[in-house]
Design a protein around this ligand. Structure first.
Ligand code: ZN
Length: 244
């Protein structure tokens, strides 16, 4: 009898520990500030009023040109974390991004969740995308951003082995994880203007059909931040200001 009670207790303890472990893994996988190997950057430490605008996914045939024109009007240089297969498909748009002096970052080739992918898949996703980025004529450092900002073991290990930085963000008003913000242009812009800090990395999704609110928010964010005295840098430029 005593043995049965004892083993039930151990079983329950095991279940609780497994749950806690799973919760810790979940937190780690989705954290924008922590990873097991190498460096992940969500914000840069500086007192200067500088930020980086990062635009994820694409490029797309439909929206790239208008976004580039808008950035040009405000003299803003941004960082485009492109998906390799989209860049390959829309090479002309990708080249235009480079020609206009923006930075290209690697956002994987097919945009999978990389949580449980094998080393060879991860390597292929990253290296193939770098190749396309170089084909588009981009010559600067290529930084990486994980699809869905998810990583666990193999991805950070590979990034670290190949001296790549994982760039996340601290202001993602249109991201699912930023639940407090209504997905409307004014709310998206207001969130950024209220929460910006020197060294912030802003993330927006403007490349696909469903990015309408973010596309409308983009000029509001740029004008608002410029009025607050902020300058826009690319990720590589922002990293050079890091005082850590
Ligand atoms: Zn993405």
């Amino acid at each position: 009898m005593g043995v049965t009670v004892q083993s039930k207790k151990f079983f329950l303890l095991g279940v609780v520990l497994c749950c806690l472990f799973a919760m810790a893994l979940y937190q780690l996988a989705n954290s924008r500030q922590w990873q097991l190997f190498g460096n992940i950057v969500s914000q840069v430490k500086t007192e200067e009023k500088v930020v980086a605008l990062t635009l994820d996914d694409g490029p797309s045939m439909r929206y790239t040109e208008a976004i580039l024109q808008l950035l040009d009007v405000y003299h803003v240089k941004a960082t485009f974390f492109v998906v390799g297969q989209d860049s390959q498909r829309f090479m002309q748009q990708t080249k235009k991004i480079v020609q206009q002096g923006h930075e290209l970052g690697n956002h994987s080739y097919t945009h999978p969740s990389m949580l449980f992918k094998s080393l060879s898949t991860i390597r292929q996703e990253i290296e193939q995308t770098d190749k396309v980025i170089r084909q588009a004529g981009y010559q600067g450092d290529i930084h990486f951003r994980a699809p869905y900002t998810q990583k666990l073991l193999v991805l950070p290990w590979y990034l670290n082995q190949t001296n790549r930085l994982n760039i996340s963000w601290n202001l993602g008003p249109d991201s699912h994880s930023t639940r407090a913000v209504k997905k409307e242009a004014e709310s998206i812009a207001q969130y950024v203007l209220d929460n910006v800090q020197p060294g912030s990395i802003i993330l927006l999704h403007v490349m696909y059909e469903n990015g309408e609110a973010s596309r409308e928010a983009l000029p509001l964010i740029i004008r608002g931040l410029q009025q607050q005295g902020y300058a826009f840098l690319t990720i590589s430029e922002l990293l050079k200001r890091d005082q850590r």
